[in-house]
Design a protein around this ligand. Structure first.
Ligand code: GUN
Length: 293
């Protein structure tokens, strides 16, 4: 039987630690603050943003949830970011992706003060991660995946890791974290144009999948005894569910789990860890902005 990696429980432990850090800051009169900006009414994004806002409040953090119409102009969004950059009660700023098509996300990310860029998407943070500079703010989902491996005693040094997906949000930073000194995995990045993907992923001791395609990785992609971290959160139609849909990962869990040493479920795997790491990044950003460390 594989070990099911419980992201909810691991995230709860991380959040307890973060709540203690927040309480300690509050004794000094400081409350970390996070601003989450959402443009439009993308249902999954609305759910993520609600969850981020709720967790902030539960941990004692200041939260500003800014839900703006999809028609918001680039100029207005940049003006809002400038205000948040200058707001001393805000230490973390996140613009939920994807934005509507008329928004140039790359220039929006560049407009965020890199010290408040708790997503770790600003070029200065991307470079800092690549340079293994410990001051980097690192993207939350890959940080959460690494934390899951650590919390479950899965050794990475010398392990062969295959990251499936090359996005700026997950795939690329995940590969950089895994290959960094101290983590020491041997890393391959596979993607939609990789030929014979199954032959590549079957080589892996650790497979991290972030491709956003439901049940894409099947038993033939995974070797016996591998560890599988499934980042995908895909909605598929399910008339039997009251919502009319259910969430599935990138991995066909039923087919793959019996072969694994350990695997994350969807939901309840990586998802809660992403939010826990966002909370941790915001506290870190707050301390750095206050000149603490
Ligand atoms: N959309 C999906 N994941 C993320 C994330 O980690 N940050 C932001 N800003 N948008 C996302």
């Amino acid at each position: 039987m594989p070990a099911i990696i419980d992201g909810k429980a691991t995230a709860a432990r991380c959040n307890e630690e973060t709540a203690r850090d927040i309480a300690a800051l509050q004794t000094q009169g400081i409350t970390p603050g996070l601003a989450v900006v959402l443009l439009g009414e993308h249902p999954a994004s609305q759910a993520y943003v609600r969850s981020k806002d709720k967790t902030c409040r539960e941990l004692g953090m200041h939260s500003r949830k800014l839900e703006l119409p999809a028609s918001t102009t680039q100029e207005d969004l940049l003006r809002l970011i400038a205000e948040l950059n200058a707001d001393p009660s805000i230490h973390g700023i996140l613009v939920q992706s994807p934005c509507p098509p008329h928004i140039d996300e790359s220039s929006v990310v560049r407009a965020i003060d890199p010290r408040k860029d708790v997503d770790g998407f600003h070029p200065l943070n991307v470079a800092a991660l690549a340079m293994e500079d410990p001051s980097a703010l690192v993207p939350c989902t890959p940080l959460g995946c690494l934390e899951l491996l650590r919390a479950h005693g899965i050794a990475t040094a010398g392990a062969r890791a295959v990251v499936v997906g090359r996005s700026l949000i997950v795939g690329k930073p995940m590969a950089l974290l895994l290959v960094a000194k101290g983590t020491d995995a041997t890393v391959t990045i596979a993607h939609s144009r990789t030929s014979d993907l199954a032959a590549v992923t079957r080589e892996a001791d650790i497979v991290i999948s972030a491709i956003g395609r439901p049940k894409f990785l099947r038993a033939e992609h995974i070797r016996e005894g591998a560890v599988v971290i499934d980042v995908g959160i895909n909605r598929i139609d399910d008339p039997a569910d009251a919502r009319g849909y259910r969430l599935v990962g990138d991995v066909d869990f039923e087919a793959v789990a019996p072969k694994c040493r350990a695997i994350t479920p969807v939901p309840g795997g990586v998802g809660p860890m992403t939010i826990a790491m966002l909370m941790r990044n915001t506290v870190r950003a707050c301390r750095v902005l206050r000149g603490e460390k």
